[in-house]
Design a protein around this ligand. Structure first.
Ligand code: ZN
Length: 199
């Protein structure tokens, strides 16, 4: 027996999410049907709003519903440091430690020759423009993940930025090799930012 089309479509949609196979997708689809109509409507609305109302900050590349984003607009933050991360969710992880008060820049990936991802595919040009336009920046902290691609990207940025007389540092290796910023606990991140080393 085939599922009625609306259920089949819902199962297909759930299966597009990471880590969700057909069994889980089917369970979620049937759960959704049993949910209160109000809750389903709110759920659908929040999905659409998240996709349509959010965009990337024109300055730092972080995800925001306002441009520039809240962090870029905050003149109380240290305008002299920019911490460079791979993904918007890394901004949240590091900012939650409460120990870093500077600005951010989101690359939206790392250099990966195997995947054909070069400097032009990342949010690097806007970082350079930012540094040229803002003479108060004296340090760029590269907080890419501790993977070979993350390291290569850090080295690349260092070679690019250092000639301008700006200090380039890398997070301390409290972070396990191959690990993602996203999954590090707050204490580890705090130590990694405090113990950063110059590149
Ligand atoms: Zn921003």
């Amino acid at each position: 027996m085939q599922y009625p089309e609306p259920i089949a479509k819902l199962i297909d949609s759930y299966m597009k999410l990471p880590g969700i196979g057909s069994k889980t997708a089917t369970r979620l689809a049937f759960y959704t049907i049993d949910m209160r109509t109000d809750d389903v409507d709110a759920f659908a609305k929040s999905l659409v709003a998240a996709k349509h109302d959010l965009h990337y900050c024109s300055i730092c590349g972080n995800i925001t519903d306002d441009d520039p984003c809240e962090i870029c607009r905050d003149s109380g933050r240290d305008q002299g440091t920019i911490l460079v991360v791979e993904q918007p969710k890394d901004v949240m992880s590091i900012d939650r430690t409460g120990d870093y008060h500077g600005l951010y820049h989101v690359l939206h990936g790392v250099l990966s020759p195997i995947d054909g991802r070069g400097p032009d595919d990342l949010n690097i040009a806007s970082l350079i423009k930012r540094l040229q336009a803002n003479a108060t920046v004296h340090e760029v902290i590269v907080a890419t993940n501790a993977t070979p691609e993350g390291e290569a990207t850090a080295q690349y940025l260092s070679r690019l930025i250092k000639p301008a007389g700006i200090k380039v540092t890398r997070l301390a290796h409290g972070l396990a090799v191959g690990s993602d910023i996203e999954y590090a606990d707050e204490m580890t991140l705090l130590k990694a930012v405090e113990g950063r080393t110059e590149l």
